[in-house]
Design a binder for this molecule. Sequence first.
Ligand SMILES: [Zn+2]
Ligand SMILES: [Zn+2]
Length: 264
Amino acid sequence: MRIHPLTTGSVRLKRAFLFPSSGPRRQLDLFLPGPWSDPVPIHCWAVEHEGRLLLIDTGETSAVRNVPFARFDVAHEQELPGALAAAGLSVEDVSEVVLTHHHGDHVDGMVHVRAPVRINEGEARFLANAFPRVMRRVLGQPLPPGFAPEPFTLDGGPFGAFARSRALTDDGRIVAVDTPGHTPGHISVICIDDSGRHVMLAGDATDTLEQLHARRADAIGPDPKAHVATLETILAHCAGHPTVYLPSHDPESVSRLAGSMTVS
Ligand SMILES: [Zn+2]
Ligand SMILES: [Zn+2]
């Protein structure tokens, strides 16, 4: 198995996004003036396994528009085809795409892919709700044209500390697990690498490893308590299995993958 980090540009996030206050200001602060982070990466992941190429998320495109809490920097050459080429791969070789959740910086690159795209059915149901639909319109963040990923259910029973899962390969070495919080149907993908470590492609389960250790809910998830419960589950999983934890926007994710650095 080979896991390639792909980088489709970067984004600066408002500090209130990364370090939200609690209570009603948690979401309000996102829309008020405030300090910004340094640029953080927009990663997605390509996994070569048994002659197939699986993409976890598809990254952002240069057509993205800024929102009150995120300022994007994505050049055309950094979109999925260029990011794959930088890893010695081609968009033509992609066998399948699995999305962690429906946000633009994870799904917009879909416009480049002809392979089947799949999403957790809980996320598919959520993104059709009124609130996310209104937010997409307010923020000027439409779903990509023709966005119709095929839903799958997490009906594979428990995996490690996670109550719900689904194997994405016949040999069970690539598994989707339930990580609700950032969005209600958010999943992460765990790849059991050749040395038995669990490489966790965590999407936006947290923005950083620090946020996981701090057990801090983010600013945009609709249910902070559910989010914190997921962070406890991830930490319990890391305690039971050597786990390399790789959020999509953590500046340390690439070096943790390269060094097989597990959460301790
Ligand atoms: Zn997100
Ligand atoms: Zn994201």
